[in-house]
Ligand binder design. Structure first.
Ligand code: DAH
Length: 341
């Protein structure tokens, strides 16, 4: 056991470290020379075989060799780390001119698109938007609209009852009552919104949307109503499309009419969409029933009005040729994305 042996192991270790080409190779050399079972550690263990007086000097020599090897190791480690980092960065260079990965953006719902379009058209002639609660008192959904408890018209609208006095609104007409109670006359209001009926098949959904319109002024006639709806139909579906009224019944209007417009698809010639009649129904309308005014403490001798209610999905179905009303609430993005302009 000699100084020379220590020196030769040290030289061998330093050369092996210096010659390492990767940090993995370097690590292997660290284990080989400096690890617990490494050459330098084993030398320490052999120290026991030496005469006692020689041990301190030998130990010191081994320790010095060890720390010199360690210093060489650390330098080499830093160098290799730096080189490896540089080569990795060179490999992973970012090309900022490449197109990015597009994020999927949502789109507006067709009910919302159509609703806004209707509002925009009627805003041009002085209408502005109101809203109301989805859960209504019986008074607003029925009673004040002249649909008393035993009235057969209640059967026209299969109702979801919350309790004896509250319903999920079956129509947007209750917003007429809120407006008549709260606002100054004359007024022109529009109320788009969700409504609920206990009904579901290809053309009925338990939740759909309507838009209500109401005008109240000193002198209002069916001719004003017809003019307004005709203007709207041409603006929404296209120039030249006709509007016709068919006599009908609604408790809150008198007289009442069903509104048809000439079929958007065949322009009145007759096709599958309109059942070969040339006409499609878009909603109901009429002159505000004096009883509705009275129910809201308004004098029907001083004020007159008209009202109308359209189904928003129905308008979208007609305009876009959609086959099933349930598509609007299924939220299949392949359907919803088709309505973007
Ligand atoms: N609320 C009616 C319904 O849901 C639609 C309606 C008809 C609204 C005539 C009106 C109207 O404002 O005047 O069937």
């Amino acid at each position: 056991m000699s100084k020379e042996k220590i020196k030769s192991i040290q030289i061998e270790a330093e050369a092996a470290i210096e010659n390492s080409k990767t940090s993995q190779e370097l690590y292997d050399q660290k284990v080989k020379f400096l690890g617990k079972q490494g050459a330098l550690s084993l030398l320490m263990r052999e120290m026991g075989k030496l005469p006692k007086e020689e041990r301190p000097a030998f130990g010191k020599l081994v320790n010095e060799a060890k720390s010199q090897v360690e210093a060489v190791y650390q330098k080499k480690e830093a160098l290799l780390n730096e080189q490896e980092m540089a080569s990795q960065l060179a490999k992973e260079q970012l090309d900022l001119s490449l197109p990015g990965v597009g994020a999927r953006v949502g789109s507006r719902h067709p009910v919302d698109i159509v609703s806004k379009e209707i509002v925009d058209i009627l805003a041009r002639i002085g209408y502005s938007v109101r809203s109301g609660p989805l859960i209504e008192k019986d008074r607003y959904n029925f009673e004040a609209l002249n649909i008393p408890a035993d009235h057969p018209a209640r059967d026209m609208q299969d109702t979801f009852y919350i309790d004896e006095d509250h319903v999920l609104r079956t129509q947007t007409s209750p917003i007429q009552i809120h407006a008549l109670e709260r606002e100054h006359l004359p007024l022109r209001i529009l109320a788009p919104g969700s409504v609920f009926r206990c009904d579901a098949d290809i053309s009925h959904s338990p939740n759909f949307h309507q838009i209500e319109g109401m005008l109240v002024d000193r002198k209002v006639s069916m001719a004003d109503l017809k003019g307004t709806i005709s203007y709207f139909v041409e603006a929404f579906f296209g120039k030249g499309l006709k509007t016709r009224f068919r006599p009908s019944f609604f408790p809150f209007t008198e007289p009442s009419a069903e509104v048809d417009c000439s079929c958007f698809i065949c322009k009145g010639k007759g096709c599958r969409m309109c059942g070969h009649s040339g006409w499609v129904e878009i909603g109901g309308c009429g002159l505000v029933n004096p009883k509705v005014f009275e129910n809201c403490n308004i004098d029907p001798k001083k004020w007159q009005g008209f009202a109308f209610g359209f189904g928003i999905e129905r308008m979208a179905i007609i305009k876009y040729g959609v086959s099933d009303i349930r598509l609007f609430s299924e939220n299949d993005s392949r359907f919803l994305e088709q309505f973007q302009s």
